[in-house]
Design a protein around this ligand. Sequence first.
Ligand code: CDP
Ligand code: MG
Length: 155
Amino acid sequence: MSAERTLVVLKPDALQRGIAFEILSRFEKRGLRFVAVRLLKVDRTMAEKHYAVHKGKFFYNDLVGVITASPVVAAVLEGPNAIAVVRAMVGSTRPHEASEGSIRGDYALVGLRNLVHASDAPETAASEIRLWFPDGIVEYTRDIDRWMSEDKAPS
Ligand code: CDP
Ligand code: MG
């Protein structure tokens, strides 16, 4: 599997609880590399674009209210199988159903305070990365990456 990129957003509850970078550090320790990071306060227009897929659902207004309430940290992570790896690390949407060891299973209790957004497919990852990082990402590789990839035989 070649490298993929995925968007993660540490939602306001993660920053307010002081665990945003602890959570980001889990992704980094897993082997993914950061190729973009931003701290920002999301306005309503941005929130509506990000959550457009959920418009009309019963939780939509609450969702927009929560993500605009206080700053977030957005990041793009890159690595083999990044989308599936990050989704699995984040855990089920409803934290009481999330496995222990997942971020939501370890730190969260309810759906509207589930700490992290993570892209769910290659198409959504691409459009979300464009939305959150319109100026692009920073491309680079690390020497260590060849020890975590199937692409090249380490020598
Ligand atoms: O974040 P994830 O992809 O796991 O879930 P989603 O289905 O894309 O829903 C987006 C967000 O809406 C979730 O992360 C929850 O914060 C919220 N939500 C909720 O509060 N109650 C639901 N039944 C479904 C989603
Ligand atoms: Mg989702």
